[in-house]
Structure formats: structure tokens, C-alpha cells
Design a protein around this ligand. Sequence first.
Ligand SMILES: Nc1ncnc2c1ncn2[C@@H]1O[C@H](COP(=O)(O)OP(=O)(O)O)[C@@H](O)[C@H]1O
Ligand SMILES: [Mg+2]
Length: 344
Amino acid sequence: MTNRPSILVVYGGGGTEHEVSMISARYIIDTLRKDLSMNVSEVLIDHKGVWNYKNIDGGPELPCFLKPGKLLSIQTKDGAKDIPIDLAIPCIHGPPGETGDIQSHFSMYQLPYLGATPEASIICFNKVSTKLWLNALNIPNTPFVFLDSMNEKNLQLANTFFQQIGKRPEVFVKASSQGSSVGCYPATDLVELKTALTSAFEYSPYVLVEKRLYGRELEISVFEYQGKVHTSYPGEIVCPGKFYSYDEKYSSNSTTSTAIRASNLPDTVVEEMQTLARKAFLGLKIRHLSRIDFFLTDRQEIFVNEINTFPGLTPISMFPKMMEATGITFAAFLKDTIQRSLNR
Ligand SMILES: Nc1ncnc2c1ncn2[C@@H]1O[C@H](COP(=O)(O)OP(=O)(O)O)[C@@H](O)[C@H]1O
Ligand SMILES: [Mg+2]
């Protein structure tokens, strides 16, 4: 590795979390430049997939693209200028980052990158494939059925599931490949269920119907540092409405609060959650970082809800804070991951 590696940070992307990715990227870029004195090239990917190079000294954004030989080719008015890149950071929540697409692009050009491989990304981004894998790994997750299209037979499947889950059935209907609670709806009767299914299919080719759980929403940061997998203490999302919706996540009127260290958790529950988080991270072959989200029911049952392969890194995000609570700073994590990726 050169003394000052040249890092490419790409952010934005075509999903609903475009703006959130931009905020996360600021945190990564500031850490790389200010704490680690690394050279950073910034590229904003717009909603159409166009790459725009951001000049550190201001000035207009310039079109750019990756070239073989680990080069970022920037199209200036005086012709192309190629910048050598050592490692890329796909700071994108949703497509084309968490979907694995951009990691495939980096792999094709043999450019090392931070985070999960295309395969692990695509499995974890799809809520259906995540659950199929979790079942295969014997990791408890919310009871569910999934639908591949909206037709009478599938509607019947969803209705039967709904009617069998309890005396006062309630479900969550979720588009398979979305984040930020987009395409995710609670339903308390068969009419709501049908409406929710129709809406969710507008977002994704598969739709999940999950039993609604009552209890607490907890999260764990799982990351690699100095060659070992670390799991944080669980943090908690305390959402008075019990649905951590898009607005609850991002609006300034949100009534949701977070705790970096959840209170009143029995040690056995913490240990079991950390064991499951580690098992999921290793079993799904996730790399470098992830945030694994859980439900803890009122009966103390633990279920994995979902796995985020590129968790939020905004000032209100849990991932870096839970990591730092283990005693490892985000800067130390980035430095270690970058060094080990470049020394391979
Ligand atoms: N089975 C469930 N039981 C109770 N609440 C749920 C369930 N599934 C989802 N939720 C609520 O909906 C939110 C969004 O669902 P989630 O699966 O985490 O999707 P996203 O990827 O959009 O964050 C959760 O944070 C939680 O508040
Ligand atoms: Mg979630």
C-alpha cells in the first residue's frame, strides 16, 4: 500500500435512500480526509446512474467512469484525466450499492472495495432470500409466507396465513427488495391485506407477508477488525407507533428515539443475539460491516428481522455509534479494513 492510499467514495444511487447515502458519505469522506489523511475522490451517482466527479476545490461536477487498470477517468473540458484508485467505497444504501451491482462492477475491474461481495449483497438485499438463508442456517426469523405475483391462488395463500396466525391477526406486508420502510405496510384485516399486497407489488417482484411481532426492536453492529468478527452490544429503536416508517426514520417530526445501549436486557438475551448476529454474518459470508436487526418479543423470543450490508452512517445512525461503544473508533475500523484489503 502506498503511504496515502487513493480512495474512491461513490454515493447517491438510484434508490429511495439517495439523499441518506449522501449524508453517510460525508461522514466517511470526512473521516478519511481529516482523521486518516487519505486521498479521496468523490463521485455522486445520480438517479439515472450517471457518474459525476466532485471537485474538492468546488467547480462543476464532471462526468467520469472507471477504466481497467484501477483508473477513474474524468472528462474535463481539456480532455480525459485519469486518477489511479487503490480502493473503492460504495457508500450507497439500496441500488446499485446494497444490491451488489456496483460491487460486480468493481470486481470486473479488479478494484478492491469495502463491504459485502455481490453475492452476499444480493442475498441480503432481498428480504425473501435473506429469510430462506436464515432458515437454512437455523437462525430464527419472523414467521412468513412469500408471494411471487398477485393472483387468486397467492391471495388465498396470504389470507390463509393471516387467518392462522392468532386470534387477532396482524401482519406486515413488505416488498422484497426495498429499504427505508418503503413498500412496507401493516395490515389488520383481509381488505387491508389485499390493498397492501397490491401496493407492495408495485415495488418488487416478490412480496413477503410476515406475522406482526410485539416487543422491542434491537440492532447489533457486526464488523471485522484486526482479522476478527466483532459484535456490539444491542442498541434499541424506541418507536412509540411501533412502526419505524420512512417518516419516523428521517423526518424532523419523528417521535422515535434510539439507545446505543439498550437497557434492561438479560445477559442471556444479549449473548444469544450476539451469537445469532455472528452466525448470520459468517453464514451469509458478509464482509467488513453490517447491521443486523432483531425483534425481541414480550415473551423474550429473539427473531432476526433483516440484515443491512451497508448500514446508515448519518449523524443519527446507530451503526457507527454501536461500533464505537465497543471501543473501536470508526476511523480505526476504516483504516484497518482499507490496509488489510490492500495488503491481500
Ligand atoms: N414482523 C414485524 N413485526 C412488527 N413490526 C415490524 C415487522 N416487520 C416490520 N416491522 C416494522 O416495520 C419497520 C420496517 O421493516 P423492515 O423489515 O425493517 O424494512 P426496511 O428494510 O424498510 O427497514 C421495522 O423497523 C418495524 O418497525
Ligand atoms: Mg429495517
